[in-house]
Ligand binder design. Sequence first.
Ligand code: AMP
Length: 236
Amino acid sequence: MIGKRNPTGVVLFGPPGSGKGTQAKLLTERLRLPHVSTGDMLREHIALGDALGLEVREVIKAGNLVPDPLVIRLVEDRLDRPDCEAGVLLDGFPRTIDQARMLLGMAEGRGLRLLVIHLKVDYDVITARLTGRRVCPQCGTLYNIRLKPPIVPGRCNIEGARLIIREDDKESVIRQRLVAYDAQTMPVLEFFAAHVRFFEVDGSDRKPEDLSNEIVNWIQSAADDAEFDSASGEGL
Ligand code: AMP
């Protein structure tokens, strides 16, 4: 079991629109791990209008990646908080080889086992998902006007707030985000495959709850194996 005796860093890895956010919301409750999304953290800074927010706003709007040192610092500070002692659920990090190296080093330093879930999704499905995506600005609930519409059009089922379209969910920006994914983030997969436990699922055509069950089963068995490994002194 994941816990303070067996701290685990679960990494949700995949292209934009692969369902990382949706899975993160389901998994954070089931695994009782804090959900750390670098995209959410960066958007919070943009909403605050602070120095970091001003620095990254245009980069995100254009569909490019924020420079490594900025993101790495955010993650380091976040992982230092006490709620991350038993582990963490990372969503949208790492996205470059340098970020992955830093995460591996941090995990080693803190005795954190890394388990990586790769959500594979067809790029046509991604474009359809992201162009229809709507978000509640208050509670962050995700909708899709075609695939998962709210009960009242344009309003959050929970808050009643008017749903918004993320600035980077325009079709031209989506294309650029996928270009950045192919160029900078895909190579991280090979790096992970060589260094950590790794699970691949096809999320193109699955109900989020079914996918989440499959992921939880794998995480639990991988975490239990890791506990056995460390008890027998073998490590990964
Ligand atoms: P997301 O919500 O994860 O899709 O992230 C939205 C945007 O935030 C991305 O398109 C990037 O511009 C930026 N971003 C989020 N996480 C990272 C990261 N780990 N490295 C660099 N940029 C990031």
